[in-house]
Design a protein around this ligand. Structure first.
Ligand SMILES: O=C(O)C[C@H]1C=CC(=O)O1
Length: 96
């Protein structure tokens, strides 16, 4: 099942910079591992913002929740989720 996910990151200015860098490093490792597994299918930066738009390919809403809620930066993100289904005019067979 595909989900469009927007993540807006808001790291508090008073968070220890070393702690923030460590969170970002582990977040990157996690994001790249999920991409290699095919679960985080697309990851795009929104130009000019500390935000991304992503497409997740997971079994269901529970799996999506389990993945995003355990991301290291989750406590500092506002997340908006939109479930997707196949468009009848799509030419991409893997759009499901
Ligand atoms: O930078 C972000 O958009 C937040 C998060 C998502 C992937 C990653 O490496 O960090």
């Amino acid at each position: 099942m595909l989900f469009h996910v927007r993540m807006d990151v808001n790291i508090p200015h008073d968070l220890d910079p070393i702690r923030a860098d460590e969170l970002k490093r582990v977040e990157r490792e996690r994001a790249q591992a999920l991409q290699k597994q095919g679960k985080w299918r697309h990851l795009w930066r929104i130009a000019g913002q500390y935000s991304n738009v992503s497409i997740f390919d997971v079994a269901d809403a529970q799996e999506l929740h389990d993945l995003v809620s355990t991301l290291p930066l989750f406590p500092f993100m506002d997340i908006a989720v939109t479930p997707l289904c196949r468009h009848p005019s799509s030419i991409h067979q893997d759009d499901r």
